[in-house]
Design a protein around this ligand. Sequence first.
Ligand code: AHR
Length: 529
Amino acid sequence: MKLSHPLGHSWRQALAVYLLAASMAAGAAGPIDITVRADKPGATIDPAIYGQFAEHLGRLVYEGIWVGENSQIPHTRGYRDDVTAALKELGVPVLRWPGGCFADEYNWREGIGPRAQRPRKVNTHWGGVVEDNSFGTHEFMDFAELIGADAYVNGNVGTGTPREMAEWLEYMTAEGDSSLAQLRRKNGRDQPWKVKYFAVGNETWGCGGNMRPEYYADLYRHYVTFLKAPEGNKPLRIASGANGSGLPWTEVLMREATRHMDAISVHYYTLPTGKWDVKGKATKFTEDEWWATLARTWRMEWIVTEHSKIMDKYDPEKRVGLYVDEWGTWYDVEPGTNPGFLYQQNSLRDAMVAAINLNIFHAHADRVRMTNIAQMVNVLQAMILTDKEKMLLTPTYHVFHMYKPFRGARQLPVELAAPALVRGDLTVPTVTASAARDAQGRLHYALVNLDPRSAVSLRIKVSGATPNRLSGKILTADAMDAINTFEKPDQVKPTAFNGTRIRDGALHVEIPPKAIVVLSEVVRSEVGK
Ligand code: AHR
């Protein structure tokens, strides 16, 4: 249900107008009905939807992951132990590297061989700091193996040649005794690495070269022709995709290059104000900014729907994936930090953003087969923040952890008549939900109450299965902008949730304000009921 609302009013007023009209229509504000279609399972939720992004940006690679072999911070071969352990616990299905904008200025040959001899370059995109190349291909691949992630390498189109790109892939994957395979061995790696994903450029409409889609479509076809790897180790080839709602980009790429690609990307960032000059603060925001942020993140639903429609035209079998390989919140940097480092705090609002987006990705699992939240540590909507030897897990990390049962499960369609607020061209539902059945037959539910003031009652009917006893976790806090700090790292963390009952064949769930609940069946449902 949607109610339009005149511009100029606050989101809070929009909600009040909605609730009044809804209760007048319904007689009284009763529970919200949700139907989970266990009888109509959809696509499998690719675990790669839970991917992450690590760019040479700010304190992500250097300090966040890599402290070097001489560091006082506990580490294994230079990778800090606390971060590695947290990522292993979370499970990172895929890690994208080295950029981002950085990728289109990256020369892979400068990041191999003895570290002391690697060239020192200016990181022109991110703070103008010196990049000493001490974290290169070997360090990335070793780290990906350490945390159990598939490698997603982003190649350089902006300033690199097809030969450089082709040779990088050969260096990583060659089996025989070609000179590049020998060079890799000399640098310490005998066996080829598995490179599961390889992208041809990044944001080629912007920092990757300011290209037109027609020009890039030709360049893409050109570069990808020379990307060769041994049978069984051929990467999925990813074309650099659109900027958010830029549908013509996808149209042209799909029209000109569908048969040369396995996936096309799309990037979309959530800015509270929607403006790049003043994006909005990570903490100490108003309720209006809460709603504006969640409404802007809900735009992802439109983005994946509309790009998918174009893809369906050229690829009705859905062979080509839509990879949202950069997404998340982007705020004004924390006061006093380097503006080029994109360091921001991460609050309960970010947890909501994560949950809303994951629910959207699940619903589009037939086309959206990989996403990479930006970014892994200390940058934008990070999973983890560090301060020298200290580390904390953000609310976003906790959401990813709570959602683990969804990875690899079959998505179940959810019919949900939730109140939706409309303000100008922005719409946001006050509740979002996702459901899935895992390989063992157990059902899982993710339920999100966006309203920061009011609790919500949900009545969930499951068609095609009997509802069953559930156990689960809730993530919430007293304040909308509650955060974890290095002094108090556990202020926002999941706790056990006991707000469910089974009555009259339905699940009844009471969700407090501004909360995310993930529930799993204790035992398997009986199917066919
Ligand atoms: O994630 C930060 C930057 O955002 C990336 O480098 C770029 O691809 C995007 O514009």
